[in-house]
Design a protein around this ligand. Structure first.
Ligand SMILES: [Cu+2]
Length: 157
């Protein structure tokens, strides 16, 4: 009799735990929880640890929903290629920038970006595009007669 009561308690606990964490989990996580529940009902000896682990996994998949947009940019006298980049608001923008000739710079003041580019060295810039609009990125290290025109455009939709 005691054993039956214990099993009922475990099942009740599992049902309430599934209902709670199922609200913000995607389909894959729901399937994973179903697997955990089935296994635990057969063995009926480690429900708490399994449930906590499943909740952690749900948190990780929520964070992974944020998009990372990666672009490779070549800097040379006197242009950036590509000279126009379009992302969505909220994206994490990762730029891999390489100068292929002389010292250049890369700046987007609105996002606190300012980097020096040495020839042949890839520089990684990462920021969150947390506001919409059109922003100019430009070379901020004097590189010759075309320096003032060495610029491009970041569009955040
Ligand atoms: Cu320049």
């Amino acid at each position: 009799m005691r054993k039956i009561l214990a099993v009922i308690l475990v099942i009740a606990f599992l049902i309430s735990a599934c209902t709670t964490s199922g609200n913000n989990a995607d389909n894959a996580d729901v399937e994973a929880e179903a697997d955990v529940s089935a296994g635990t009902q057969e063995e009926a000896d480690q429900p708490v640890g399994e449930e906590q682990e499943t909740s952690d996994n749900a948190d990780v998949s929520d964070n992974a929903a944020a998009e990372v947009r990666e672009f490779s940019i070549v800097a040379k006298n006197w242009e950036f290629d590509p000279a126009e980049i379009t992302v969505n608001k909220g994206d994490t923008v990762r730029l891999l920038i390489t100068s292929v000739d002389v010292d250049h710079g890369f700046a987007i003041p609105e996002f606190g970006v300012s980097e020096k580019l040495s020839p042949g060295e890839e520089v990684t810039v990462e920021f969150v595009a947390d506001k919409t609009g059109e922003f100019t990125f430009f070379c901020n290290v004097f590189c010759g007669s075309g320096h003032q025109e060495m610029r491009g455009r970041l569009i955040v939709q």
